[in-house]
Design a protein around this ligand. Structure first.
Ligand code: PMP
Ligand code: GLN
Length: 388
């Protein structure tokens, strides 16, 4: 294994899902739904398979139906206009979009600023591109409705140097559940324009925002369309994580750059599923409202249950993850806590420290996923109450 990758070992998601299986625990670790998304999308995939649409290599940029659906969705929801022929690229999940964007845009030695804690593939992909990651830490704050993680805009500003190539932003944010608000996004946009930075913005949880929180794409701020690569995922928006359909939107120049890397990673992927996702993106707004309603209920069930079990809970405004602080339980090390949890309670969670360079800052936090059936969440909460 080359030196760029040795520090990363096995992804925490594989490790913790294996632990859930081997111990027969409830898996609130890896973020994947335990029920399928809309049946009509499965039917659409079957139709495509039967009719021989996508069974051979689809076009490099993605099938035209899906590219048209992605641009229509951006236009309808956010008023963002992209050309489906030149400004959209379909990828093998958001994971490939992130990898291809970083490989395409980062030169060896370039600095990439990422919000810490960060989704684990960011660090590995920055390393594969030969870049240097510069984490800017989201800090815990006491908000009016309990603790939340917030971005310190001065810290972000101070992190930019002459070597900074791009900002890697994620909102709604995994694992903290923070949704950047308009003021924060406007400040990020101003900074990017002032320092002439590219921005890669991972918005895979765009539809999963709660309590009236609003997801606003960074590309919609002044001066941002021409410097921003936006990333979306059908895994998150339609609960089909195994289909691996993601996408990138941006200017023709940026999308062409990402495609230059992408063509040598997978070339293309997920042929028949691309047609099904095109139908998903055209679903009426009531579908996405239903998704938010379902996840709001599940968030409340898990967040309240964790609070009652004695954790200090960061109630998320978005995503399907809850971060909790283990210190009120008399613990200090989330890693040790997660390793022991299957034995103690028959539940698997993820230690947030793996998403930090400053491990000590993430040490007391653990992440639970609530994209699971209500019965599973109820049982998990019952088991966790036995901890204190
Ligand atoms: N970005 C974030 C923030 C994620 O949480 C995930 C999935 N866990 C991904 C990207 C990857 O998405 P996909 O499954 O579409 O590759
Ligand atoms: N994105 C999911 C999570 O954060 C897992 C993705 C993966 O396993 N690579 O849990």
């Amino acid at each position: 294994l080359n030196r760029r990758l040795t520090e990363f070992g096995t992804t925490i998601f594989a490790e913790m899902s294996a632990l859930a299986l081997s111990t027969g625990s409830l898996n609130l670790g890896q973020g994947f739904p335990d029920t399928d998304g809309p049946e009509e999308l499965r039917e659409a995939a079957v139709r495509a398979l039967r009719e021989g649409r996508g069974n051979q290599y689809p076009p490099g940029p993605g099938v035209p139906e899906l590219r048209a659906a992605i641009t229509a969705h951006q236009q309808r929801r956010y008023g963002l206009a992209y050309d489906p022929d030149t400004e959209v690229l379909v990828t093998a999940g958001a994971t490939e979009a992130i990898a291809a964007a970083l490989l395409a845009l980062v030169e060896p030695g370039d600095e990439v600023i990422a919000l810490e804690p960060y989704y684990d593939s960011y660090a590995a992909c920055i390393a594969m591109a030969g870049g240097r990651r510069v984490p800017v830490t989201l800090r815990p704050h006491q908000g009016p409705d309990g603790p939340v993680f917030r971005l310190d805009l001065d810290e972000l500003r101070d992190a930019v140097t002459g070597r900074t190539r791009l900002l890697l932003i994620n909102t709604p944010h995994n694992p903290t559940g923070t949704v950047l608000n308009r003021t924060e996004l406007a400040a990020i946009a101003e900074l990017a324009v002032e320092r002439d930075l590219l921005v890669v913005t991972d918005e895979v949880y765009e539809h999963l925002v709660f309590d009236g929180a609003e997801h606003v794409p960074l590309a919609s701020f002044p001066g941002m369309r021409e410097r921003t690569i936006g990333i979306g995922s059908a895994g998150k928006s339609f609960s089909y994580t195994g289909w691996k359909v993601g996408w990138v939107t941006g200017t023709a120049a940026l999308v062409t750059a990402v495609r230059s890397a992408k063509q040598f990673l997978t070339y293309v992927a997920s042929g028949p599923f691309q047609y099904a996702v095109a139908e998903g993106l055209a679903l009426p707004e009531s579908f996405f409202e239903g998704l938010r309603k379902d996840f709001t209920r599940k968030r409340d069930l898990l967040a309240d249950g964790l609070r009652d079990a004695g954790f200090s809970v960061f109630r998320p405004a978005g995503t399907y993850f809850v971060t909790a602080d283990v210190r009120p339980l008399g613990e200090s090390d989330g890693f040790a806590f997660c390793r022991a949890l299957p034995e103690r309670a028959g539940v698997v969670a993820i230690p947030n420290a793996v998403f930090y360079d400053h491990r000590e800052m993430g040490a007391p936090f653990v992440r639970f996923a609530f994209c699971k059936r209500v019965e599973v969440l109820e049982e998990a909460v019952r088991r966790l109450k036995g901890l204190s």
